[in-house]
Design a binder for this molecule. Structure first.
Ligand code: AMP
Ligand code: MG
Length: 337
């Protein structure tokens, strides 16, 4: 099969619909990262996603729907606060988890009695979801454990000629995956941090918690147990206090004939770039770092033999989500499979 990269048009959307109705997968742009989508009602289609990605069978998928889709057939017991959050943040990078009615394929939620629902704001995603008018189960469109894709070319590199179509909407402006919010309790609880922050949710509905799994406990969001987002080159991570050690490792790698790169926030990146070191500028704000993260990790794979990340000093807001992805990309304090 040849993989086509097409922008959203009447003809490409019609093709996408045909692929989805015949249980094939279609990759599509969203405002967070690219998704690998299949008909959520079809066992066969959903299983294809797991096979293509090499995704562990206990890591559930998010069902994506267009803005006018009636979700009452898919989930029930939607609390009042969720209706308020929907008005405040959707369409947008917020996924909400509710008790499932069991209508979608059992492979979507991997045996959980809940279903995660997302309404993406990307125009390409909305046009695609409207055209199919079905819930589309979609994880990020990368091989399991690889860096998430933020351009159509990233998707193409992971799945060349294994999927028929990528709906190309350009670069993803958000850059990290959606916030996953458990809406089954009295108070909303964040299972995965993202661009919609705890502070933003609390400011609209009064309170919000962030779930932290305890050692040896199966996390409420199973995906969080896996080492993720890892670039295929060698990596090392240093706190800001360990800058000297980072530079020593850099020199040793360069002396061995390797091509080390430092990834650091703007101030440090500028300083080291002036000294002639290879650097990737992570950015200045949390939003910039979120947007740059996966693009830099993917770029690093093509140029570096060693990628050294220096911990950003910025905290608060979106940085919680950025730090979560960083520590998991560099394998810090995480269980591997
Ligand atoms: P991905 O689609 O690769 O961005 O991953 C989806 C994330 O949503 C993973 O971390 C999953 O564990 C989480 N997720 C999906 N469905 C559920 C659910 N029903 N309950 C809790 N977490 C979920
Ligand atoms: Mg993913």
């Amino acid at each position: 099969m040849k993989t086509e990269l097409l922008i959203s048009s009447r003809a490409s959307l019609e093709k996408a619909r045909e692929y989805i109705l015949s249980d094939n997968v279609v990759a599509f742009h969203t405002e967070t990262v690219y998704g690998l989508g299949a008909n959520a009602f079809s066992d066969r289609a959903v299983q294809k996603i797991f096979a293509l990605k090499g995704r562990p069978a206990d890591n559930p998928l998010i069902a994506h729907v267009h803005r006018d889709f009636d979700i009452s057939s898919l989930v029930d017991k939607v609390p009042q606060y969720a209706a308020v959050l929907k008005n405040a943040f959707l369409p947008g990078p917020l996924t909400m988890v509710f008790p499932s009615t069991g209508k979608v394929s059992r492979y979507v939620s991997c045996g959980l009695n809940t279903l995660a629902i997302r309404v993406p704001s990307s125009q390409t995603a909305q046009e695609f979801l409207k055209k199919v008018d079905l819930p589309i189960a979609a994880p990020s469109a990368n091989r399991s454990k690889h860096v998430s894709p933020v351009t159509a070319q990233h998707v193409y590199r992971d799945f060349t000629d294994e999927i028929p179509l990528i709906l190309d909407g350009g670069a993803c402006e958000g850059g990290i995956e959606s916030t996953v919010l458990d809406c089954t309790g009295a108070v909303p609880q964040i299972l995965r941090e993202g661009l919609v922050t705890c502070e933003m949710i609390a400011s609209v509905v009064g309170s919000c918690k962030v779930y932290k799994s305890k050692p040896n406990e199966r996390p409420k969001s199973p995906g969080m147990a896996y080492k993720h987002y890892a670039p295929s080159c060698k990596t090392a991570y240093f706190t800001i206090d360990e800058l000297e050690s980072a530079l020593k490792i850099y020199s040793e790698e360069a002396e061995r004939g390797g091509v080390p790169y430092l990834i650091a926030e703007r101030k440090i990146a500028d300083e080291f770039s002036q000294k002639g070191l290879n650097v990737f500028d992570f950015g200045l704000t949390g939003e910039e770092m979120a947007q740059n993260l996966y693009a830099l990790l993917r770029q690093a794979e093509t140029v570096s033999t060693l990628l050294i990340c220096v911990e950003p000093t910025l905290r608060g807001g979106v940085m919680a989500g950025v730090m979560n992805r960083l520590t998991r990309a560099f394998g810090i304090g995480e269980k591997t499979e």
